[in-house]
Design a protein around this ligand. Sequence first.
Ligand SMILES: NC(=O)c1ccc[n+]([C@@H]2O[C@H](COP(=O)([O-])OP(=O)(O)OC[C@H]3O[C@@H](n4cnc5c(N)ncnc54)[C@H](OP(=O)(O)O)[C@@H]3O)[C@@H](O)[C@H]2O)c1
Length: 385
Amino acid sequence: MSQKRIAIFGSTGSIGTQALDVIKANPELFSAEILTAQSNDELLIKQAMLFNPNIVVIGDEKKYQTVKAALAQTSIKVFAGEDALAEAASIDCYDMMLAAIVGYAGLKPTLNAIELGKPIALANKETLVVAGDLVMQKAAEKRVAVIPVDSEHSAIFQCLVGEGRNKIEKIILTASGGPFLGKKPNFLVNVKRDHALQHPNWSMGAKITIDSATLMNKGLEMIEAKWLFNLDAHQIQVVIHPQSIIHSMVQFEDGSIKAQMGLPDMKLPIQYALAFPQRIANNFPRYDFKKPGTLTFEEPDMKTFRNLALATEALYKGGNMACVMNAANEMAVFAFLRNRIGFLDMTEVVEQTMNKIAFIEKPTLQDYFDSDAEARNFAASLLHM
Ligand SMILES: NC(=O)c1ccc[n+]([C@@H]2O[C@H](COP(=O)([O-])OP(=O)(O)OC[C@H]3O[C@@H](n4cnc5c(N)ncnc54)[C@H](OP(=O)(O)O)[C@@H]3O)[C@@H](O)[C@H]2O)c1
């Protein structure tokens, strides 16, 4: 494999920094060509000094001078602002985008990369939740591969390699259940931010960690899977598997089930997506079947974790519903992380917003932008923000 030039959008995040570890460990295979952050100028500068990319972009324009001054002795181009983030994705200086921005903010850069014909290693699930139909349609038009980084979707993708046109009966998305597995509303009502930020198996950014605690993350993943693998809603099943060893499964039309397994470590799906179709040898810890351990499976408790029920509703309804749900959820998680609302209030905000915003069956891209803005405004009014 010749050296692949990677544009990491969201390089200062949990996925972004782990991707840079993979690049650092495999300098003959990868280089970092674009690095971006929203506000973490210090880390962005450090990364730029170490990886010498072509371009860095800082979303927060107030930080431009600091980044520019720190990199003045280098040939690295520095840009700032939301528009610059999206425009950088249209500059033809890289071979693959790693979409690792969190939330709706990842949509425009990813669309621009697809427009440019660049394959996408997709961590930013919200891109497909918001506008999955249009994103995948554009990717098909441009013959651009969208390779999942999310561990569950990477598992499904790996199970499908070599299966050609063989029909999928269903996919089984595994969920750890998060830190509050087995808990009931009388417990959840008192949950505070710091407790919800402690995930049992994965170390991740704040937003996805809260989404994992509310099970919204699994709901977002169901919608992500629908678009990535062209599935009907009824072909997507969620099962709780607290050990996070089976990362997900595919059941084919003959009833045979393929699973992808391993220790929970995001570096593995990241490197798989960056190097696909090649696998890269590494010394990550291995799962040991000889050690005592049990793999268990159970039904998710959708009555307690109502976000999963709301996301299932959005999955079945289609149109702009998932976009609206996502916007309300981003606002609610933001408020929870600032201790402005309780754990169960997040679901209330999402549900009320889904009930309020007008349903559009076949949205255009502009409709998605408008639905996102309307939903955010309405959620903000509920949150008194
Ligand atoms: N972490 C995981 O293990 C994991 C697993 C599966 C999927 N994912 C998905 O991968 C994505 C990234 O997750 P993460 O955990 O890496 O998130 P994270 O640690 O919060 O990092 C997010 C990255 O996006 C940047 N960012 C934040 N807001 C932005 C905005 N408005 N505009 C532009 N850039 C912005 C951040 O910059 P600053 O650092 O400057 O704020 C940071 O570089 C999410 O969609 C998540 O669902 C993550």
